[in-house]
Design a protein around this ligand. Structure first.
Ligand code: 6OD
Length: 485
């Protein structure tokens, strides 16, 4: 498994180093994977100036679509390099990068490259009672320079989810990936370069949040900001964007529930909740952290979920059948462990896990953590209110439908929920009452790129996906033509 060993920013069609470097650490064993050159303020200014001057917006929709499909083609040819780089940075399992992260990177480009060609703009014939007639139609223009700040949990997937529609709509982008996961971003810049994307259309600036992220979000020449990450960071970016009233689109944190009703197929529900809790070590904003199970099924459900957790293979990400690698970093491992400790202090019963697995080799210096199941706390325990972002859920019993809806909604977040029931009427009745942007019934993280994606409350602002993305990344301008009678 190899990843690029020296990572540089890509600005105005050139790879550029600064004299400041930091180490990119492998979460499997703490070794250094690569050196990352951190962009300085002058480089950020150059990137923004290049983005403004780029010819990208002048290309036709069809020309942009062809080039973005070429990006997808070359990413597909280089799939193994993307897989290796993503695994090295994140420690996520081969199975996951092969089936989720990297294919979605390519799919995001293809989807938006095609969608933008088939999108119509609005038009209305105005016919007033006084007999005045006019034709109104809107033209969708790019916003200009869009800053894209993406997180470490699904690095390529979440970056391309924004880069592809932003560029399809004719915007130039300034892309800052998380400092934990810059390798696939660097590979993507190489692809953009080779495919012949006009200079300045795609700029990659590498570095840490306080050094590079803040300089981007406060930059006066940036026209819009789109961000996926922690709610607290979203709050800071929003304050910074307010100064110039920039459009923003945020996908933020979650404290997502799964509800298992007494009419659920219990084995499907157990397998589904295990997947929604432990996938990517719980490091997906959509992962389940609170599980409500009808009291009649509670003990059976907890026992079966414990069996699933015990069967999870934890190890080297590239080993066959490994489902959980390490968490992304030591800092994050310490954060999740502090919540395991807090759960004990709050009086939780630790049904499974609660610590760090021991391997007796180099992995003991890595960022591994146990899949963990908790019970015994009420909904107002901090464990049941705060986003942990680790492979952990708390399971509580409930008695009736109205009660569980109220309890699921009793959180400052509103991203996702999953319902497990074989009763179709119940699914239709309950789903719209959950105050979240995404409800899955008898499944989880089943994605259709045309659907609105985003959250309510602390979980975000706006929706992306399909036409929602095109609406965010473009500015409609209405043209009204009077029709002489
Ligand atoms: O699947 C997607 O398009 C998406 N935006 C997933 C977000 C996951 C957050 O961790």
């Amino acid at each position: 498994m190899t990843a690029p060993s020296m990572l540089a920013s890509y600005i105005n069609g050139k790879f550029i180093d600064s004299e400041h470097y930091f180490d990119n650490i492998n979460p499997v064993d703490g070794s250094v994977i690569s050196k990352i050159s951190e962009a300085n303020h002058q480089m950020i200014d150059e990137a923004v100036a290049a983005a403004k001057a780029s010819k990208w917006a002048q290309l036709t929709v069809n020309e942009r679509s062809i080039l973005l499909n070429k990006v997808a083609d070359v990413m597909r040819e280089r799939e193994q390099a993307f897989i290796d780089a993503e695994m090295a940075d994140t420690g996520k399992s081969l199975f996951q990068v092969q089936t989720i992260d990297i294919p979605r990177g390519t799919a995001n480009f293809r989807f938006f490259a095609d969608l933008v060609k088939f999108s119509a703009s609005e038009s209305f014939i105005t016919d007033t009672p006084q007999g005045t007639k006019a034709l109104n139609y809107s033209v969708n223009k790019p916003l200009g320079v869009v800053a894209i700040i993406s997180p470490w949990n699904l690095p390529l997937l979440l970056a391309t989810w924004k880069i592809a529609p932003a560029m399809a709509c004719g915007n130039s982008v300034i892309f800052k990936p998380s400092e934990e996961t810059s390798s696939t971003a660097f590979l993507l810049a190489q692809v953009m370069d080779e495919v012949g994307i006009p200079k300045g259309a795609f700029n990659l600036v590498l570095g840490r949040g306080h050094a590079v992220g803040d300089a981007i979000t406060s930059h006066k020449e940036i026209d819009a900001i789109t961000f996926t990450g922690a709610s607290a960071t979203g709050q800071k970016i929003m304050a910074s964007a307010a100064a110039t009233v920039k459009p923003i689109s945020f996908e933020l944190g979650g404290k997502n529930s799964a509800v298992v009703f007494n009419d659920a197929d219990i084995d499907k529900a157990v397998a589904g909740v295990a997947r929604s809790t432990f996938t990517n070590c719980g490091q997906v904003c959509l992962c389940t952290e609170k599980v409500y199970v009808h009291r009649s099924l509670f003990s059976e459900f907890v026992n079966k979920l414990k069996q699933q957790a015990a069967a999870i293979k934890i190890g080297y990400p590239s080993d066959k059948d490994v489902f959980m690698g390490p968490l992304v970093s030591k800092v994050h491992q310490q954060k999740v462990l502090s919540y395991y400790q807090l759960a004990r202090e709050e009086g939780a019963i630790v049904e499974h896990g609660g610590g760090v697995p021991k391997f007796g080799d180099a992995r003991d210096s890595g960022c591994y953590i146990d899949p963990t199941i908790l019970t015994g706390l009420d909904d107002h325990a901090r464990i049941n209110q705060e986003e942990i972002f680790g492979p952990v859920c708390h399971v509580s019993p409930f008695d009736d439908e109205a009660e569980v809806i109220k309890r699921v909604n009793d959180t400052p977040y509103g991203l996702a929920a999953s319902l497990w029931t074989e009763n179709l009427s119940r699914a239709h009745r309950v789903a719209p009452q959950i105050d979240v942007g995404l409800v899955w019934v008898n499944t989880w993280f089943l994605r259709d790129l045309r659907t609105p994606f985003g959250g309510t409350k602390l979980s975000g602002v706006g929706r992306e996906g399909g036409q929602h993305s095109l609406a965010f990344y473009s500015e409609p301008s209405n043209i009204c033509i009077h029709i002489d009678q």
